[in-house]
Design a protein around this ligand. Structure first.
Ligand SMILES: [Cu+2]
Length: 142
């Protein structure tokens, strides 16, 4: 989680990440000027359309103050999309790919395009791009 000093821009760094199943991911708020959340798209969390594997447990970091952190362990192979509650409208979203297509139980990216804005969809890196690079930084955005 990062942001400019005056808050004109905020983003997840990286916004695309590939990890092995069973990895623990830590979200750290490195933005000195804003509180952020890392929140899975899931019906059990604010009634959103699910954008994480069906076998995965949803998470919500709640508001993280600067330098606070939150960890989640991701076991089910597939694509996990998450957002920052106060900044989703600014397309502060991220995607984590756990494992790879072909892993037992793999679930690819959500096809839903109604619960999220076109800006959010455009901000989510492609699965192949994430797997090819390991991580996608904000600066890499085309
Ligand atoms: Cu935020």
């Amino acid at each position: 989680m990062k942001g400019t000093a005056r808050g004109e821009r905020i983003w997840f760094a990286p916004r695309g990440l590939a990890v092995a199943p069973g990895s623990t991911v830590r979200f750290v708020n490195r933005d000195p000027g804003n509180s952020h959340t890392a929140t899975a798209y899931h019906p059990e969390v604010y009634g959103r359309t699910r954008r994480i594997p069906a076998a995965a447990a949803p998470w919500d970091s709640d508001f993280l103050l600067p330098d606070e952190s939150f960890e989640v362990t991701l076991t089910a192979p597939g694509v996990y999309d998450y957002y920052c509650i106060p900044h989703e409208m600014a397309a502060m979203v991220g995607r984590i790919v756990v494992g790879a297509p072909g892993d037992a139980g793999w679930e690819g990216p959500s096809a839903d395009a109604e619960d999220v804005s076109p800006e959010v969809l455009a901000a989510l890196p492609g699965v192949e791009e994430i797997l090819a690079n390991g991580r996608i930084e904000e600066e890499d955005r085309a």
